[in-house]
Structures are given as structure tokens and as C-alpha cells.
Design a binder for this molecule. Structure first.
Ligand SMILES: [Zn+2]
Length: 711
């Protein structure tokens, strides 16, 4: 939605959400080196925030992300360094028009006549970690990261291991004090090698501890930038020494005097003193010149050994830079022209078919590893039979990947489409059990018809059963399940609880030691009295998700009670049964959050004899205590609360869940039984009725205080 079509409440809400999202992204990126979203997505959030703040300036928040550079240095083992001259960030442009506007702004600010030449510099913007190097009398005395722009971390000992960073400047005209600013980065090849090394190291460590190795638990770096940051910001500089980091300079901070009158003169000076600068640094004499530089750099980026994410333009004359100055966190004399979402070419090496818990056959493309949008991609989902046909992809094809708004990479083009080769034939039999695989009418998904005889469906169900949201059995990873399943030790969930009888067998397997087997068995035993809702969810009944499972258990409190009603609801013939069924059915669908689809799925599940056997078997091993909705003591315990009007900081569902947790009942309408009304803007008749009945009314903020006070 465009910013000006929003009303104030909507804008305030979105600004709050954006502040939260952007601050979280900043923290993950700068302080923890573990981003969750791509740079392109991040830029989109920041732009949206700026757009809303421009349309609603009075709604700009105190914690607005536009006031911040990076993230404050927190919980760092490294010392802090205050920057004498603040380290700025750059404003971004995404289109040629925006670059034109930037140039026009500069001219306007400086009141330059149209024929007055305005020289700019252009250079590639490397995707690294900003660093400030302080040289006194030509000797490196301190290196610091950017941090929040004002205070960074002391990495002097760490940069001593970076060959590009000279300890002493050599040459003419070195000022007494001079702070060089630039980027520490890691080349793409080194990044891939580092991740491979971390994987090997973890495997060896697991083997030496006698534990089963689970590669999904190994912490690798998401992209070269994070690898560079994680490698530089080490308390033990010896770790940094082992990481192949590089550096180049692109500016300066505090200086006892500036050796030149233009950006390019000073950059060339820094280069002459022995520090690398971008080989693509150049001067531009017009907008066309700048855009040509942008295109040349963009088109050549894939061939560079490191990642760049845009082109930086700066006003060349330093006296003009001085006059232009800064606005908020960024200089008026510089602009980063960002590249669009990244695409990359690679080879589709093979197409694997994965069989999911519900029997769905999903084609997964195995790729020659490639960096796209800053992340290494080795697999890509091809979704389904139709998508493969649409792309016409076959193993061996060269494909184009894109990682944009969506974090998940997509194949967007097949460059080998025209090569005469047989089309890929989507399997009509399940690769796991050999059963027929078919697509139901009108559906694109092909499913295995093998049901519970299909090992893939069974192992996937077991994996789901032990997963974090279900029983959460630690130490029973995917690989272990596959292995135990192949041995015939795990046919159904109940078998997990009989593993203790196989202690000796497990011990005989490679990679298991007394301690790891004990840990596993202890983890299993600790789940003998599992949460009933988690257990129900763990069974993987179609349409019964974690929330639905809780909704069902809130009403029934025990699983046998639920099963009895679900079975009654399923009976289809016989007059008495029909009546019972309809009562049972009516009772089930009347539960909040449960609809006919769920009731039918439950009925279908218990109708299968095999499922009933699995269920009975499981309940002979575990005893879930009666389900209790956990509540907290609060001033509203036992009271009836009504939410009305527009809630700004939470959804209606969240509000109701909060009330429930506080031991209150959330009702839909105001009546004499109502104890409290929480009213947002636009509350109408309910508010009026509450006033008539003399019921206490509070606003959302007061409600939030009650929730907070309850802890
Ligand atoms: Zn199958």
C-alpha cells in the first residue's frame, strides 16, 4: 500500500513493526554476524520506513532506524574505542533517476551554475566490515570497527594479521595523525573454504567425543561479510590470524592535515603510502559518466573474487564536501548506488525427489555451489512437476538463480533449454517404497499412495514426532532416526520408548559411546509424561497443527476423551449413530479454532485401523497428564474481558491468548457478566454499552501494563 493511502493508526503501526524488524536485523547483522534477511530485503524495509516517515513526519519514532548507523557495541569481548570523527553510513539510491536527483541536490546546495563542472568519484562498494585505522607519525596505533558510528571495538591486535594493513605508512607527506577508513573483507573462495573447514572441524570433534555427527547443527557463516566480521571480531587474535582477511581503503576520518584538495588526490596518496584501494576507483565528469561507471562495475561484478553490492559516488572537491556537510547519519556529498537483487548462474547437477510426511513428492535441484545475494546456495526447490515442465530443466542444465524479496532462492531461467536432450520424466512411483505416485484431480502435487508402508512417510513422521514443536527429544536427530529406522528399530513412535532395550545394539553402532547412548535414553525417558497437545500434534494428523492441538486439548483435557468423540463424529450410518455423530460433530466444530476440515481429518485418522494400533501402542508407553492451560495469577484472573476497537500493537488473537494466560476469559460481546473492556480507537457500540453498564474500560496501553506486571 502506498504511504499516503494509510491512515495514521495504520502508519504508526507499520512504523512500529518496521522499527522492530530493522533493529532486529541490525543486531543480527552487526552484533551477531548472523543475518536472517538479505541485504535487498533489508534495504526494502529501510526504504519503506523512510517513505512512511516522509508521509507522516510527526509519527517518526524515537527509536527510528533512520537515526542509527549499525548497532551499538554490546556484549563484546573486545575493548571499546570512541571514534574521534564519527563513522558515517551512506544514503542509498536504487535507480538512475535517484542518482540524477542526488546530483541535482548537490548542485542546488552549492548553487553551482549549470556550466560549472562537478567532478565526482565512483568506486565499487565492497561488502565488508568498516574499519578505522589510526596512524600516528606513520605508525598504526589503533584499529577499530565501526560499531554504532561513535563507538567501535578495538581490533588492533587482530588487524596485525591482515597483510593488506601495513603497520607503517611509507612515503611523502604523511600527516602526524591520519585515520584511514576502509573495509575488511573476505574473498568468495576463502569464504567457501572456511565454511568447508568449519564443517570438517565439527565432524572431527563429534567423532572424538563419540557423538553422532549432525551437519545441520554446525554453525557456518551465511556470507563472506559475516565470515569477515566473525573472523575479525575475535578475542583471540590467533583465530583472526588463520582467516584470510583483506582490506582496502576508501576514505579517512581524523587527520592532522589532509594531504590533497580532492577525494581522488587523497585516495591516491593513501595508495602510495602502501594501503590498497579499489582498482576500479575513478573520476566521473557527468551523470552519464557515473551511470556508465555503474553499469561497467555491475556487469563485471560476477568475475570479481569478492562481493560488491553497489557503487559509491562522492563529490571530488574536498572544499565542496566540507560545505555540503552531513544530514542525520550520512554525508550530503556521497551516495551508494545499490545493485538490484542478485542473480547467479550455475549447473543443475541432479534432481532428487524427497518424499514428505504426507507422501508429497518434492523435486529438489542439487546445484554446483554458488553465491547468490551473499549466500551460498547448493539446493533449490523445484516445487512440483508443473514447475519442472515450465522451466524445462534437466540435470546438466545451466540455470539462473535469483534471491530477492524472498529469502528462498528460485530458479528463474534455464539457459540450456534449447539443447536437444530428453525432458526430465517426473517419477510415477515413489522412490522410497515403489508405490504408485499420483496427483489427485486438480492438484499439482504428486503423492505416494503407500501410506504407512512408505518408509519415507514413516521416517518423516518420526522426525516430526521428535521435533522441537512436538515431543522435542534431544539427541534424536534426523540422521539417527534414518539409521535406527533402517535397522528396523523404529517402526512407530512407541518404538522410541522401547529403545532402552536396544542399549547394547546402539552402542555397537559406529560413533556411539556409553555417554551418548545414556544421554539419548535419558532424553527419551524424560518424555514419558508428555504434554498432551504436543503428543497429539506429533502424530502428524492432517490439519491438526500445534495450535489446533492445543485448542482441542483445552476442551477435552485428555486424549482418550478426544478420540472417543472424534470416532463418534465419524460414524456415517445407523440412525442412533447418526444422531450421536451429529452431536459429537456439533460439539467438535463448536470448539474455538476447530472447523469441519479438522473434525473430518480426525475422524479419518481414527477410522484407519493402523492408526488406532499406532495410537494404542504409543499410549501404552507414555502417559500424558490431563492438559492444563497454564495461567498466571493476575488482577484479571477469573474475570471476563472484552476487546473492542482497533488494537494497535497486537492482533485480536494475541490479545485473547494473553487474557487466557492471565486466567481471564475473553468474550466477544459486552454483557452484565463483563468485568473489563479493553478499547482501542474506533470502539463503538460496545464501548457505549460498557458505559451504560458501568463496566471498567481501559485502553490498550493499560492492558499492556497488566500483562507486563504479570510477568
Ligand atoms: Zn512411498
Amino acid at each position: 500500500m502506498t504511504a499516503d493511502s494509510l491512515n495514521e493508526a495504520e502508519a504508526a503501526n507499520e512504523l512500529m513493526r518496521l522499527a522492530r524488524q530493522i533493529n532486529r536485523a541490525n543486531r543480527l547483522y552487526h552484533a551477531e554476524d548472523a543475518p536472517e534477511i538479505s541485504d535487498a530485503e533489508y534495504d526494502a524495509l529501510v526504504r519503506r520506513n523512510a517513505e512512511l516517515e516522509a508521509a507522516f513526519p510527526h509519527l517518526a519514532r524515537a527509536d527510528s532506524p533512520s537515526n542509527k548507523v549499525g548497532h551499538e557495541v554490546a556484549a563484546s569481548p573486545l575493548g571499546k574505542v570512541a571514534h574521534e570523527v564519527r563513522m558515517m553510513s551512506l544514503d542509498n539510491a536504487f535507480t538512475d533517476e535517484e542518482v540524477g536527483e542526488f546530483l541535482a541536490r548537490v548542485r542546488r546546495f552549492l548553487s553551482l551554475p549549470a556550466d560549472e563542472p562537478l567532478v565526482m568519484t565512483a568506486e565499487d562498494k565492497i561488502d565488508g566490515l568498516s574499519c578505522s585505522l589510526r596512524y600516528e607519525h606513520g605508525r598504526l596505533v589503533r584499529a577499530a570497527t565501526r560499531g554504532d558510528g561513535q563507538v567501535g571495538e578495538d581490533v588492533t591486535a587482530n588487524v596485525a594479521h591482515i597483510a593488506d594493513i601495513v603497520q607503517e605508512l611509507k612515503g611523502e607527506g604523511i600527516p602526524e595523525i591520519f585515520e584511514v577508513r576502509g573495509e575488511v573483507y573476505m574473498e568468495k573462495g576463502a569464504f567457501l573454504a572456511l565454511n568447508a573447514h568449519l564443517m570438517d572441524e565439527a565432524r572431527e570433534a563429534a567423532e572424538s567425543r563419540g557423538e553422532a555427527f549432525d551437519d545441520s547443527k554446525v554453525r557456518q557463516f551465511a556470507n563472506p561479510r559475516n565470515a569477515a566480521a566473525g573472523s575479525l571480531r575475535q578475542k583471540d587474535a590467533a583465530v583472526t590470524a588463520k582467516r584470510p582477511l583483506r582490506f582496502w581503503a576508501h576514505g579517512w576520518g581524523a587527520a592532522s592535515h589532509v594531504p590533497g584538495e580532492s577525494q581522488h588526490e587523497v585516495i591516491r596518496r593513501i595508495e602510495a603510502w602502501g594501503l590498497p584501494v579499489s582498482p576500479q576507483f575513478r573520476q566521473c565528469h557527468s551523470l552519464d559518466d557515473m551511470l556508465a561507471a555503474y553499469r561497467a562495475i555491475r556487469d563485471g561484478r560476477a568475475a570479481l573474487p569478492f562481493e560488491i553490492d553497489g557503487v559509491v559516488y562522492k563529490v571530488d572537491r574536498l572544499d565542496w564536501q566540507q560545505r555540503l556537510g552531513f544530514v542525520a547519519k550520512a554525508p550530503r556529498w556521497a551516495m551508494a548506488h545499490k545493485f538490484p537483487a542478485e542473480r547467479a548462474e550455475t549447473v543443475l547437477e541432479s534432481i532428487d525427489i524427497q518424499v514428505g510426511r504426507t507422501g508429497k513428492l518434492t523435486p529438489v535441484g542439487r546445484l554446483k555451489p554458488v553465491l547468490v545475494g551473499g549466500v551460498t546456495v547448493t539446493n533449490v526447490t523445484l516445487h512440483n512437476r508443473d514447475e519442472i515442465a515450465r522451466l524445462g530443466v534437466r540435470p546438466g542444465d545451466r540455470v539462473v538463480l535469483q534471491r530477492a524479496g524472498d529469502v528462498i532462492p528460485q530458479v528463474v531461467d534455464n539457459l540450456s533449454r534449447e539443447e536437444p536432450r530428453d525432458p526430465y520424466v517426473f517419477p510415477d512411483h515413489c522412490p522410497e517404497c515403489g508405490s504408485e505416485a499420483v496427483a489427485a484431480e486438480g492438484e499439482v502435487d504428486v503423492r505416494c499412495t503407500g501410506g504407512l508402508i512408505c518408509p519415507a512417510q514413516r521416517t518423516e513422521r518420526l522426525k516430526h514426532f521428535v521435533s522441537r514443536a512436538a515431543l522435542d527429544i534431544e539427541g534424536l536427530g534426523e540422521k539417527t532416526i534414518d539409521e535406527f529406522f533402517a535397522k528396523g528399530w523404529l517402526e512407530s513412535p512407541a518404538d522410541i520408548f522401547r529403545l532402552r532395550k536396544r542399549r547394547e545394539d546402539i552402542l555397537a553402532l559406529e560413533g556411539w559411546k556409553d555417554k551418548s547412548v545414556d544421554n539419548l535414553l535419558a532424553a527419551v525417558e524424560s518424555k514419558r509424561s508428555p504434554d498432551a497437545a504436543r503428543l497429539l500434534f506429533g502424530l502428524g494428523i492432517r490439519h491438526v497443527g500445534a495450535v489446533t492441538a492445543r485448542d482441542l486439548l483445552k476442551r477435552f483435557t485428555t486424549l482418550p476423551e478426544l478420540r472417543a468423540l472424534a470416532e463418534q463424529a465419524h460414524v456415517k450410518d445407523g440412525e442412533e449413530e447418526v444422531k450421536a455423530a451429529s452431536d459429537a460433530y456439533a460439539e467438535l466444530v463448536s470448539i474455538d479454532g476447530v472447523g469441519p476440515v479438522v473434525v473430518e481429518a480426525l475422524g479419518d485418522f481414527f477410522h484407519e485401523e493402523h492408526n488406532r494400533a499406532v495410537w494404542d501402542d504409543l499410549l501404552s508407553e507414555v502417559t500424558p497428564p490431563p492438559y492444563v492451560v497454564e495461567t498466571k495469577e493476575s488482577p484479571v484472573s477469573g474475570k471476563t474481558v472484552v476487546f473492542t476497537g482497533k488494537l494497535e500493537t497486537m492482533s485480536r488473537d494475541e490479545a485473547k491468548a494473553q487474557a487466557e494466560r492471565l486466567g481471564a476469559k475473553a468474550a466477544g460481546s459486552v454483557s452484565p457478566k463483563t468485568d473489563l473492556v479493553v478499547a482501542g480507537p474506533g470502539a463503538g457500540s460496545k464501548l457505549k454499552k460498557a458505559a451504560e453498564l458501568g463496566i471498567e474500560v481501559i485502553d490498550e496501553a493499560a492492558w499492556a501494563d497488566i500483562v507486563r506486571a504479570a510477568g
